[in-house]
Design a protein around this ligand. Structure first.
Ligand code: SAH
Length: 339
């Protein structure tokens, strides 16, 4: 059985044509799907005959809200969604002045093995389909009843390890007949799968690319991010520069500050040298404590000192505001507990 949300819009049009439907049917159905219809029965402007035809080969995929938490501090909403096969993923909706932003997952689990990350404990179970990625936005928006205007692909999983489905998703979520979320309002975060960064540059999608750097040199990065054994920092930075050159879109970097591992003044200087001239923004994230891991964050004073050092060296750096701290909103932790 086919999930129609796994088709890109043109493929949907083609498919419908192949079962004898007129061209305009695609826009009708796509719109219903993106509004969170649970079945063909809800699609009141589609004839019974057409619905019966669709039901032969296809289905309307849904996501079940298994758990939901709303932060009393800042309104952040965290979902544990259950997939049709019983697997769970997390999505988080954050309220900013400029609108609602959703943080979505790209895989069930992750095989990148970053030492500080909860999502990778237990490894990769499977990729999410394009429809399952899109459903997180559809069903969170439906549940909240307010438009989601921004997306960050920073939940569970490595998006560039599920490349084709992520690209399909990006096309579909941007389609004006559906959710119509601007590509400039979408950020994709990667641990740095270098060949896929070059591929992404060729897709001609004006999204923001952010790199989980977390270390200013190979020695440190090797110990906390296994991907660095495959692609060294110099290759990664080269790919970033090439991405900027090809797309005109500035890269940003994420840097989780781990006490005693990557947060010295010397590390800040090294980082500033590494990314010099890229005009890149650095997002500093005080590392979140994960039960199974020994890593700790520094004090507020130490974190601010690292930021100030970067700024004094001409790097545009900010410390990420923590949202939803009362509902353990950072990713991977909820799914792990339920497992
Ligand atoms: N796989 C992608 C996206 C998922 S994680 C990537 O690596 O970018 C989103 C961000 O949170 C990444 O920068 C990741 O390194 C970071 N992160 C993961 N666990 C963390 C933790 N315990 N504390 C702080 N940041 C963490």
């Amino acid at each position: 059985m086919i999930d129609l949300k796994d088709f890109e819009f043109d493929e949907l049009t083609e498919y419908l044509k192949s079962i004898g439907e007129p061209k305009f049917r695609a826009a009708q159905i796509f719109s219903w799907l993106c509004r969170g219809a649970l079945s063909y029965g809800e699609m009141t402007d589609i004839s019974k005959k057409t619905r019966e035809k669709l039901e032969k080969e296809t289905y309307v995929s849904t996501l079940k809200i298994r758990e939901k938490y709303v932060s009393k501090l800042d309104g952040t909403v965290k979902y544990l969604f259950e997939l049709p096969d019983g697997n769970c993923i997390e999505s988080v909706v954050m309220c900013y002045r400029h609108g609602l932003t959703i943080c979505i997952s790209s895989q069930v689990g992750c095989r990148m093995g970053c030492r500080f990350c909860a999502s990778t404990i237990g490894g990769l179970y499977r990729n999410l389909t394009a429809g399952e990625i899109l459903n997180q936005v559809i069903f969170a928006q439906k549940d909240i009843g307010e438009r989601i205007s921004n997306i960050v692909i920073m939940g569970i999983g490595e998006p560039l390890d599920n490349y084709d489905n992520i690209i399909k998703f990006l096309h579909n979520v941007n389609n004006e007949k559906g959710l119509n979320i601007g590509l400039r309002h979408i950020t994709l975060s990667t641990c740095g799968i270098v060949p896929r960064i070059y591929d992404l540059a060729r897709e001609n999608l004006p999204i923001t690319l952010t790199i989980s750097l977390h270390a200013p040199n190979d020695e440190i990065r090797d110990t906390i991010m296994p991907i660095n054994h495959k692609y060294k920092i110099s290759e990664l930075i080269e790919a970033c520069k090439s991405y900027f050159k090809a797309t005109g879109r500035r890269i940003s970097f994420e840097y989780s500050l781990i006490r005693g591992v990557n947060d010295s003044a010397e590390n800040a200087s090294e980082l500033a040298r590494l990314i010099k001239g890229m005009g890149a923004h650095v997002n500093l994230i005080p590392v979140n404590k994960v039960e199974e891991r020994e890593y700790e964050k520094g004090s507020r004073k130490e974190i601010d000192a690292f930021r100030d050092k970067l700024i004094s060296l001409g790097v545009n750096a900010t410390v990420r505001r923590e949202l939803g701290s009362d509902i353990s909103a950072s990713c991977g932790q909820l799914r792990k507990r339920v497992l």
